[in-house]
Design a protein around this ligand. Structure first.
Ligand SMILES: Cc1cc2nc3c(=O)[nH]c(=O)nc-3n(C[C@H](O)[C@H](O)[C@H](O)COP(=O)(O)OP(=O)(O)OC[C@H]3O[C@@H](n4cnc5c(N)ncnc54)[C@H](O)[C@@H]3O)c2cc1C
Length: 422
């Protein structure tokens, strides 16, 4: 057993933990990052990132340089009734990465930033005392830090230590199943188009098809409660049906590869009520920072990792690691995207009660180019809900009134009389 002193110990080297480590560059602090895995490692994920991330995180461009990225400028969204909405732009709408490469690149950037990274170190327990936080690894090491940043994902040991995360509401946890396969075996026929299938036929959840450089990534997400109720059947059989439907429609060519099929939890209900405690901050999936409507989590992981790092630095400089001081971390991430996550959860709840709403929204956007642009910008994280809300409401109202007027015209023959007279 050994005891060591660190200013900041980050647990987890996914996007949240790596972003925290990178953000502490030039801070002068002694920073350690522990991850149970050895990188490069797989993380079941679509690997789609909003293009705004490149402006928000100036260091990201350099990190992406060493990975195969794919910029997408076309999107096709389908509503549960099969209505199709297509949008094409000259500028990139979304960035596609392979998590295997992306997370490895971020971890290398974290090392270059001066963080000591130890792989293959599973944390089994955490104890917060007046002197510091003691972290025990599966190998029996005890490491002491002034402050701990929990970035250990949806099954977080750190969140459980805080009495949070253990009992995530099943209605608020999702499960995603995905496959990432080389194009030589399974190939998208439109490599520049991102497909989203809302409601997946008439089931709750969504499906997606993401083309990448030399790979395709496709999968489905649903609430864990629906999955456990057996509504979609055994996972790989359901996946094969999904792949089969895309092949039949000519969107894919080739065969699914069972070995590349994985499932993982997505905490897409809403954030944990408290993402800080004495000497502890929680970020990324571990704090429940995922968009309940789109399943997006990478951007929030990167942003919350940065806020956690800045808060940790200030707390060490000011000599205060109390939960009262660390509370400002929650204020920071809430100010940036708290409302966005709340609204996404409300939209998801509304759609899960009434899939017809999704159909009507996609149908309306299909008929109106400005509405279509707004909706895709909102869904891809290019504008926030506050900006999109009023124009979307007015646009849908206009479409609703137009539909009503058209059906009255049809029923009472108004337009026909007028044209007969003239
Ligand atoms: C099928 C699926 C598809 C998705 N698609 C997208 C998408 O296209 N776009 C998007 O933005 N989001 C997507 N998400 C969500 C996204 O994957 C997560 O939100 C994101 O990975 C969160 O990053 P993180 O760093 O918080 O956690 P993770 O990426 O989960 O990283 C946690 C790290 O902690 C380590 N760890 C865990 N426990 C311990 C321990 N006890 N000790 C030490 N280390 C530990 C793990 O090894 C891991 O490296 C998807 C999720 C799923 C399941």
């Amino acid at each position: 057993m050994q005891a060591m002193e660190w200013d900041v110990i980050i647990i987890g080297g996914g996007p949240a933990g790596a972003s925290a480590g990178i953000s502490l560059r030039a801070s002068g602090l002694k920073v350690l990052l522990l991850d149970q895995a050895s990188f490069p490692r797989e993380k079941p994920c679509g690997g789609g990132i909003r293009s705004a991330a490149l402006d928000r995180f100036p260091w990201l461009n350099a990190a992406l340089h060493s990975t195969t990225t794919h910029f997408i400028n076309k999107i096709q969204i389908e509503s549960p009734d099969g209505t199709t909405l297509r949008e094409e732009r000259t500028e990139p709408l979304y960035i596609m990465v392979r998590r295997l490469e992306f997370d490895h690149a971020l971890l290398r950037a974290c090392r270059r930033a001066g963080t000591e990274v130890r792989e293959g170190q599973r944390v089994v327990s955490i104890r917060s005392t007046a002197e510091g936080v003691d972290i025990t690894t599966a190998g029996g090491d005890i490491l002491r830090g002034r402050i701990v940043i929990g970035a250990d994902g949806v099954n977080s040991v750190v969140a459980k230590t805080m009495g949070q995360g253990e009992n995530r509401n099943l209605r608020e946890v999702g499960i995603g199943h995905m496959e990432e396969t080389p194009c030589a075996e399974l190939e998208p026929t439109s490599p520049d188009t991102l497909f989203v299938f809302l409601g997946l036929g008439r089931n709750l959840g969504y499906g997606y098809l993401f083309p990448k450089q030399g790979y395709v990534n496709l999968g489905r997400g649903t609430l864990l409660s629906c999955y456990q109720a057996g509504r979609s059947g055994p996972p790989y059989e359901a996946h094969l049906r999904f792949v089969g439907s895309l092949v039949a429609r000519g969107l894919l060519k080739g065969k699914s590869q069972r070995a590349n099929f994985h499932g993982f939890l997505i905490p897409y209900g809403r954030p944990l009520p408290k993402t800080y405690a004495d000497r502890i901050l929680l970020c990324g999936d571990c704090a429940g920072l995922v968009n309940a409507f789109t399943g997006e989590g990478i951007y929030y992981a990167l942003a919350s990792g940065e806020h956690a790092a800045k808060t940790a630095l200030r707390s060490i400089r000011e000599g205060d690691q109390s939960s009262r001081f660390l509370r400002r971390y929650q204020e920071l991430w809430k100010a940036e995207f708290g409302a966005e996550l709340e609204q996404a959860a409300a939209i998801q709840r509304s759609f899960s009660k009434n899939l017809g709403r999704m159909d009507r929204i996609i149908q309306a956007a299909n008929k109106d180019a400005a509405l279509r642009r707004l909706l895709t910008d909102y869904m891809l994280g290019r504008i926030d809900y506050k900006t999109a809300r009023m124009p979307l409401i007015l646009g849908f109202l206009k479409s609703f009134l137009n539909n009503k007027i058209n059906s009255l015209r049809k029923n009472f023959g108004w337009g026909q009389k007028a044209s007969r007279k003239s």
